[in-house]
Design a protein around this ligand. Structure first.
Ligand code: KIV
Length: 263
C-alpha cells in the first residue's frame, strides 16, 4: 500500500512528479480510486453529480461533512481535501468557524477555498489557525451565477497578470497547493512556474504540477454534458445501463436467481 501523502510530501513533489487528484463522494468509489490517487477531493461538484442540482452553489456544510466522512471510511490511507461550499467563507470569522467545524466533524486533511488575491487574507487566517488550505484559482464554479456561466480565464493580458497575482497571493497566504481551473494552457504553465507550491490543473493543459478530474466525468457516468477538458476513461453509463438491462431481462424471464444464488 502506498504511503499516505502529507502536506510536506505534496509540496516536495513540485518539479519531481505530477500529482494525481480525483474527486469522490462516497466510500465505494473512494475505495476504488484510492490506489490511483495521491489526493482525493470531496468537491462541491457533488451537488451536481451526486445530488442532481444545476450548479454547486446550494451545497451545504453538513452535506460536505457527510460526504467527506463517507470518502474517509472508504479510503483510510488517502489525503482527503474537503471543498468549502459557497457562502461559508465570506469573511475571516465565518471561514474559521466553518473550517473548524469541518475539521472537528470529519477527517478531512485539508480544505479547498475558491478565490485568489481577494481571498488571501482569509486563507492566511485559516492557515495561521491550523487549517491546511488548498487554493482554487481561474474559473471558479461558485461564481457561475455572478459571472453568467463558466468562463475560461487567461484570454487577455489583464487576466494573465491577475492569475499570477492570485497564485502568488495564495502561496504567500500559506496554502500548500492550489487548483487552477479553466485557464488557457500557456498561461496556466506560467502560473505554475511563478510559485513554489504545486498547481493542479483541470482544463488548464499539461504543463502544470498535476491534474484533477471529477470521477463521474472521467468514468463516463455523468451524461448531462462533457466539458472539452474531460477524457472519458470508461463508458461507464453504457456499461451500467447494459448490466441493469440484463438484470431486468433475466428477472422478467425468471432466469435470475439460479440455484447458486438460492438458499
Ligand atoms: O468541486 C470540484 O469537484 C472541484 C474540481 C472541479 C476541482 O472543485
Amino acid at each position: 500500500m502506498a504511503k499516505k501523502m502529507t502536506i510536506t510530501s505534496i509540496k516536495k513533489s513540485k518539479g519531481q512528479h505530477p500529482l494525481v487528484m480525483i474527486t469522490a463522494y462516497d466510500a465505494i468509489f473512494a475505495r476504488l480510486l484510492e490506489p490511483s490517487a495521491d489526493m482525493i477531493l470531496v468537491g462541491d461538484s457533488l451537488n451536481m453529480s451526486f445530488a442532481g442540482r444545476e450548479d454547486t452553489l446550494s451545497a451545504t456544510l453538513s452535506q460536505m461533512i457527510y460526504h467527506t466522512n463517507a470518502v474517509a471510511n472508504g479510503a483510510k490511507n488517502s489525503f482527503i481535501i474537503c471543498d468549502m461550499p459557497f457562502g461559508t467563507y465570506t469573511n475571516k470569522e465565518d471561514a474559521l468557524k466553518n473550517s473548524i467545524k469541518v475539521f472537528q466533524e470529519s477527517s478531512a486533511d485539508a480544505l479547498k477555498i475558491e478565490g485568489g488575491e481577494d481571498k488571501a487574507e482569509i486563507v492566511s487566517h485559516l492557515c495561521s489557525n491550523g487549517i491546511a488550505v488548498c487554493g482554487h484559482i481561474g474559473l471558479l464554479p461558485q461564481a457561475f451565477r455572478s459571472e453568467g456561466g463558466y468562463k475560461v480565464k487567461g484570454k487577455t493580458n489583464e487576466e494573465r497578470d491577475q492569475l499570477i497575482i492570485d497564485a502568488k497571493a495564495i502561496e504567500r497566504a500559506g496554502a500548500f497547493c492550489m487548483v487552477i481551473e479553466g485557464v488557457k494552457s500557456d498561461v496556466a504553465a506560467e502560473v505554475a512556474a511563478s510559485v513554489k507550491i504545486p498547481v493542479i490543473g483541470i482544463g488548464a493543459g499539461k504543463d502544470v504540477d498535476g491534474q484533477v478530474l471529477v470521477f463521474s466525468d472521467m468514468l463516463g457516468l455523468f451524461e448531462e454534458f462533457t466539458p472539452k477538458f474531460v477524457k472519458k476513461y470508461l463508458d461507464g453509463a453504457s456499461l451500467v445501463k447494459e448490466a441493469l438491462k440484463n438484470y431486468a431481462d433475466e428477472v422478467k424471464a425468471r432466469e435470475f436467481p439460479q440455484d447458486i444464488h438460492t438458499y
